[in-house]
Design a protein around this ligand. Structure first.
Ligand code: ZN
Length: 225
């Protein structure tokens, strides 16, 4: 596939679908380690247990299947009926047994994989609308899902860190977060640290290993995603 000069390399579909496969496998492995009590433990995400997070991941896969259906058929099928419905589905999901959630995660991920691998080439350019109201080509689904499965694989809290994520993903994620934070008017001071540590910091997931150029601890940032 020829590079698309209008998009950063990491956003090329073949690469983002590779990120999705990696992140899905990391999540599946992390989820597979959880017994019922571990499923009920809090995550670092405010108000969310691991059950909430797994329900969110599964519902997100189903929502992205709807976007690919939209791209394939032209029939408008939004990710979620409403933000309230999205949240209600996560809350309801968090009441289910962990074994059901694990199955929901794997089945929804497989359905998304099937939807992606069978999508006609031309449909990846069809325009769809995200839950945030952005109109994007369907190929953006690859990047949207990459962020969810890779960042939340760390959020599941079974021992993974940003250093376990693909470097090309971290580079693309950091560029995106910097652009969004800057566009929102935040002043981003220079940061010293590894790619993984600085990206985790910018993603609002701890400042370990990150300092300002004069060696002071990096100031905390507002939450992201
Ligand atoms: Zn998420």
């Amino acid at each position: 596939m020829a590079p698309d000069p209008a998009r950063p390399p990491a956003r090329q579909l073949t690469e983002t679908l590779g990120f999705v496969a990696t992140g899905t496998a990391l999540c599946a492995e992390a989820i597979g380690r959880l017994d019922e009590s571990a499923f009920g433990a809090e995550t670092a995400l405010p108000g969310w247990t691991r059950k909430h997070l797994v329900a969110h991941l599964a519902a997100n896969a189903e929502a992205l299947v709807r976007l690919l259906h939209w791209a394939r058929t032209g029939e408008r099928t939004p990710m979620y009926a409403s933000p309230e419905q999205r949240n209600a589905d996560i809350q309801a999901g968090a009441l289910r047994p962990g074994s059901h959630l694990a199955q929901w995660f794997s089945e929804s991920a497989a359905a998304l994989d099937t939807a992606a691998t069978t999508l006609p080439d031309a449909a990846w350019s069809a325009e769809v609308v995200t839950a945030q109201g952005r109109t994007v080509p369907a190929r953006e689904v690859g990047w949207m899902r990459s962020r969810e499965v890779l960042v939340h694989a760390v959020d599941l809290g079974t021992g993974l860190s940003f250093a376990d994520l693909p470097e090309a993903f971290l580079t693309a994620l950091q560029a995106e977060i910097r652009a969004k934070r800057t566009a929102a008017g935040e002043q981003l001071d220079p940061l010293i640290g590894s790619l993984a540590d600085v990206t985790a910091h910018l993603a609002g997931r701890g400042s370990a290993g990150v300092t300002t150029p004069d060696g002071a601890p990096a100031p905390p940032l507002s939450p992201w995603l």
